[in-house]
Design a protein around this ligand. Sequence first.
Ligand SMILES: NC(=O)C1=CN([C@@H]2O[C@H](COP(=O)(O)OP(=O)(O)OC[C@H]3O[C@@H](n4cnc5c(N)ncnc54)[C@H](OP(=O)(O)O)[C@@H]3O)[C@@H](O)[C@H]2O)C=CC1
Ligand SMILES: CC(=O)[C@@H](O)[C@H](O)COP(=O)(O)O
Ligand SMILES: [Mn+2]
Length: 380
Amino acid sequence: MKKIAILGSTGSIGTQTLDVVRANGDIEVLGISAGKNIQKLEEQVREFSPRLVAVWDENAAQELAQKIQDTDTKVVAGMDGLLELAAMPDTEILVTAIVGMLGIRPTIEAIRAGKDIALANKETLVTAGHLIIPMAREYGVKILPVDSEHSAIFQSLNGEHKDEVHKLLITASGGPFRGKSRKDLESVTLEDTLKHPNWVMGQKITVDSATLVNKGLEVMEARWLFDVSLDQIQVVVQPQSVIHSMVEFKDGGIIAQLGTPDMRLPIQYALYYPHRRYLNGDRLDFAKLGQITFEEPDMDTFLGLPMAIQAAKAGGSMPTVFNAANELAVSKFLHKKIRFLDIYDIIGQSMERHKVIENPGLEEILETESDTYQWIESRW
Ligand SMILES: NC(=O)C1=CN([C@@H]2O[C@H](COP(=O)(O)OP(=O)(O)OC[C@H]3O[C@@H](n4cnc5c(N)ncnc54)[C@H](OP(=O)(O)O)[C@@H]3O)[C@@H](O)[C@H]2O)C=CC1
Ligand SMILES: CC(=O)[C@@H](O)[C@H](O)COP(=O)(O)O
Ligand SMILES: [Mn+2]
């Protein structure tokens, strides 16, 4: 039995990870965690009997402890609880399916404890990739990409050395507003934004897809995961989300990974790497699909991508500012406190005022996050 723990087991990636566990029958889930959804956590405790459940919210943790006192599962709370889950004895893999840069500390804790990381939580690499990647190397742990584009690149590379690579082609759906003008975006609603054309995902990443911030985060994530320069990464809009990404090698040959939009494939690939397992689900039918099309991303309208590239070029603490500003702006948008285009203003103005800290340590990253939050809160 392979033993895993899941950071964010109640979310979109977390629950699909549990689908993969259920379908295969040879993975033991030793730890699960969530922010505050104790109803789902209780169901998961009763089905998977984990040793540990970590709940961010202290009151929710107490309530859950009451509800499951008839079980052998221990409940822990807060950041200490997430850290305990990340490093719990006997697990081989931590699945980081939590949303946001809150995932940094548990990911570091897990690496120090020698756990391989099945990484969905892109915000961690975006803000702390310069710490995480060398640390993973030092501790001899694998960072196995779960994000569909990065899994596609990982599969397409198939162990080839990075010196063989000419460039990475990251595909983008273009989001629900593909083809719209800036004027059109002035009046889009939250409900419009949450209608992703191809994928069913958590709310934060769905908004990020619509702004193209998601693609920007993925460019930065790819840079850390595959050790390539920014110039070696190209974003291509592929509206059907059938090609999940591609690698162009030095000789001009291009290898792509294709499939239906189903996150269980990259999750399962990461959990069983380097082996493939059967996956029961829809298969691509090319005759029915008819065509696969490509476009340039509209960088004049969807500023999430060019601003991310600007942050990546500035380096140091700037990707943290980009990410933190986006996290808070998206949260405000989800609570209907700001409009869609305000997300770009919040990110842009936060970056403009920031003086880059070169090679920031963990404390400086967290301070930059909280400084960015305070500045935004005082203005919006
Ligand atoms: N969904 C997808 O298809 C994809 C997602 N990703 C990335 O994976 C990550 C997760 O995304 P997704 O599954 O969509 O997100 P969801 O919002 O669906 O789930 C987030 C999970 O994180 C938990 N969580 C939230 N806040 C806290 C907290 N303070 N402490 C502990 N746990 C917390 C949630 O718990 P609770 O339920 O209690 O709120 C939930 O379990 C993101 O980084 C995203 O960018 C990458 C590629 C595809
Ligand atoms: C499933 C996944 O990995 C998401 O990141 C998805 O790619 C979002 O789609 P777009 O950002 O391309 O709209
Ligand atoms: Mn993705």
